[in-house]
Design a binder for this molecule. Structure first.
Ligand SMILES: Nc1ncnc2c1ncn2[C@@H]1O[C@H](COP(=O)(O)OP(=O)(O)OP(=O)(O)O)[C@@H](O)[C@H]1O
Ligand SMILES: Cc1ncc(C[n+]2csc(CCOP(=O)(O)O)c2C)c(N)n1
Ligand SMILES: [Mg+2]
Length: 324
């Protein structure tokens, strides 16, 4: 089972815990819930970042403010929602006005770019942890979801993969308190300041057959789509999109497939819609790459440049994996 620990825990204790209620178009198990309201579909999600688990303690505070909102806007993008409102929950070890000034500036800059209003939250003292609830609106009657991939669809991904995982390694290996420059700075920027794929998410509505945001790693997150859809896929490993900095810093398949923290969208697309991807590239200014094909045979496989096929482990980040 993918993400045996974390996913099994949620399944065992929280999936179906409460009574059913009308109006839940999509509930526990996808990137965001979709709720029917009189004015259309409301998307809701929440994501927490904990010091030393989700970010190193020496992350610049502006970056943390950006990141905690960005990872939530990424979950909204994965269901095709336009972000609208947010609530911010802070657990802080101390009241540090300078830190708060910088954190809130980073949060505001991203919120303002997407017209997101901060409408509430909570503030407590304790070990550093920041949490956002994000709400957005979906145009039309259906959002994107994980469960719709069909054999013959292409597997696609926005942007490039592996940058953030490599960036974290370079950040942690650097001489203490030295600033990074060049490629390592670019890669650390991809970790600290992910750009949520909001325009791509809304553009994929009505086009993609399934979607997810890549937070735990491509192999783990794509496997969730495949399992939910009852299908499998083969990835062309040479086609996985890499940034120049990633190539120059010698990132490898492990970062691309299992690193996580990418916050790109992975989606499946019926073959007849492939030429519509030009609109994402042009109007949503989003690079998109076809990286594989959905197949009937369950499981995830990779094919290398020489045509050799191998099974790929879903393995990605799991908070409660065996041995963790
Ligand atoms: N304690 C909980 N109670 C109810 N539902 C939960 C709980 N924890 C997680 N979920 C739900 O389980 C699903 C998986 O949660 P998870 O946090 O792994 O989200 P994700 O979108 O897969 O990952 P990410 O947040 O990194 O993008 C989501 O639908 C989430 O809303
Ligand atoms: C200090 C530090 N160590 C490790 C990582 C890697 N990491 C942590 S959680 C996660 C998956 C997404 O989290 P979630 O599933 O909770 O949304 C990943 C890839 C990091 N970002 N910072
Ligand atoms: Mg997600």
């Amino acid at each position: 089972m993918i993400g045996g620990g974390e996913a099994a825990l949620i399944q065992r204790y929280f999936h179906g815990l409460t009574a059913q209620r009308d109006g839940v178009e999509l509930g526990v198990g996808d990137d965001a819930a979709l709720l029917q309201t009189e004015t259309g579909l409301l998307a809701a999600c929440c994501d927490t970042l904990v010091e030393d688990i989700h970010f190193p303690g020496d992350i610049p505070p502006e970056a943390l403010g950006h990141r905690v909102l960005a990872v939530n806007l990424s979950d909204l993008a994965a269901v095709g929602a336009r972000p609208a409102w947010t609530l911010l929950s802070l657990t802080l070890p101390e009241k540090d006005p300078q830190w708060l000034e910088r954190f809130s500036a980073g949060f505001k800059a991203l919120a303002d770019r997407y017209g997101v209003a901060l409408v509430g939250g909570d503030t407590t003292q304790g070990p550093l942890s920041v949490s956002v609830t994000a709400l957005g609106q979906v145009a039309g009657d259906h959002g994107l979801r994980r469960g719709g991939a069909r054999p013959g669809d292409g597997v696609w991904v926005t942007g490039t993969l592996g940058d953030a995982a490599l960036g974290l390694e370079l950040w942690q290996e650097r001489e203490e308190a030295t600033a990074l420059a060049g490629d390592p700075a670019y890669l650390a920027g991809r970790l600290f300041r992910p750009e949520p794929r909001v325009a791509a998410g809304t553009a994929l509505l009505g086009r993609a057959s399934a979607a997810i945001d890549v937070s735990d790693g491509l192999a783990a997150d794509l496997s969730r789509v495949l399992d939910e859809s009852g299908v499998g896929a083969t990835l062309e490993l040479e086609a996985l999109p890499r940034s120049q900095a990633f190539i120059d810093e010698q990132g490898d398949l492990r970062h691309l497939l299992h690193g996580g923290d990418d916050y790109e969208l992975c989606f499946t697309l019926p073959a007849e819609r492939e030429e519509e991807m030009a609109c994402l590239r042009e109007h949503a200014a989003t690079p998109v790459t076809r990286i594989g094909t959905v197949e009937e045979t369950p499981g995830l496989r990779g094919v290398d440049a020489g045509g050799v096929v191998c099974a790929l482990e879903p393995g990605g980040y799991d908070h409660f994996a065996e041995g963790s």
